[in-house]
Design a protein around this ligand. Structure first.
Ligand code: GUN
Length: 302
């Protein structure tokens, strides 16, 4: 089916620019905490050699340096046992320099991810993956940590002037990292929430009929260019969370990055869209910094 067209090509939602503004806004709060001798500190734990994880961890450390946060990156070999990782978490849980702990996922298969996430002190769980934080976010309790990727998507919508109240938001993907918390945030009775939310997943029948009814379409399934133009309602806002490497011998690296949405087709139909890269990605790291500052603030004013 030929995609319907929107009046103009979609406006780009620029996560790099919005992220930069938000990091500048955070500076004042970091300075205020430092004046009280609190330097927000983040520990990032990487187990193994996952290539994309290594890049993400390096970017997180660099962002902390630029924002003036203390950080430690702890790299463990891929043979690390669950007991060794749990012992490290226990140590970080009581380290006063560290306000936030992030265990980069995925973990090697000998380690039970949930057991590790459950061992984090919820007050330091800046990823928002501990059940206590999942519960708080689900009921709209503001001391809960919002997972960085959906939190970043919500900020993109808010700061691009996209109204969510009363709109139909369709989330494609039900992961614990993006889809589920995204639905929870859009459902909250708060700015950037109050949407009518549908979550689609691998067992959903006729996904196209769902996505075509979305005023706001958020795609996070990790399948390159899965959403085509004909799956989008003309004038919808499209947020592409996917980052997929596809082979491309014409590039120096031998691959290029594409999202979960077929960008050129979607841009002709949507009213606004995030690019990949440069959309959701930069916001994820920005919101991790926000969560680390929130952790330090909550520690300083319990
Ligand atoms: N792997 C992919 N996304 C994330 C994330 O948001 N946090 C962590 N810890 N690992 C990830």
């Amino acid at each position: 089916m030929r995609p319907g067209r929107w009046i103009l090509p979609a406006k780009l939602i620029d996560g790099t620019a919005i992220g930069r503004v938000m990091r500048a806004e955070l500076t004042a709060e970091i300075q205020a905490l430092k004046a009280r001798r609190v330097i927000p500190g983040l520990a990032v734990v990487l187990v193994g050699e996952h290539p994309a994880s290594k890049v993400y961890v390096r970017m997180k450390g660099k962002a902390c340096d630029e924002a003036g946060l203390y950080h430690e990156t702890i790299t463990l070999p891929k043979e690390t046992t669950e007991a060794e990782l749990l012992a490290l978490i226990e140590r970080l849980n009581v380290d006063h320099k560290i306000h936030g702990i992030l265990v980069q996922l995925p973990l090697p298969q000998q380690i039970d991810t949930q057991r590790v996430l459950h061992r984090l002190d919820p007050a330091k769980d800046v990823d928002g993956f501990h059940p206590e934080n999942v519960g708080k976010v689900s009921i709209g309790e503001p001391t809960g940590f919002r997972p960085a990727t959906p939190y970043g998507v919500q900020q993109l919508l808010l700061r691009s002037g996209v109204e969510t109240t009363g709109r139909h938001a369709v989330v494609v993907g039900r992961s614990n990292i993006v889809g589920r918390p995204m639905a929870a945030l859009l459902l909250q009775d708060a700015p950037g929430g109050n949407a009518t939310v549908t979550v689609c997943h691998s067992r959903t029948r006729d996904i196209g009929s769902m996505t075509r009814s979305a005023d706001i379409l958020i795609v996070a399934i990790g399948k390159p260019e899965f959403v085509t133009g004909d799956m989008i309602k003309p004038g919808a806002v499209v947020i592409d969370v996917g980052v997929n490497r596809v082979d491309d011998p014409s590039t120096k690296r031998g691959y290029r990055l594409v999202g979960d949405v077929k960008f050129a087709e979607a841009q002709a139909v949507a009213s606004a869209i995030t690019p990949v890269p440069g959309g959701v990605g930069p916001m994820t790291i920005t919101m991790l910094l926000y969560n680390t500052v929130q952790a330090a603030r909550q520690w300083a004013h319990p």
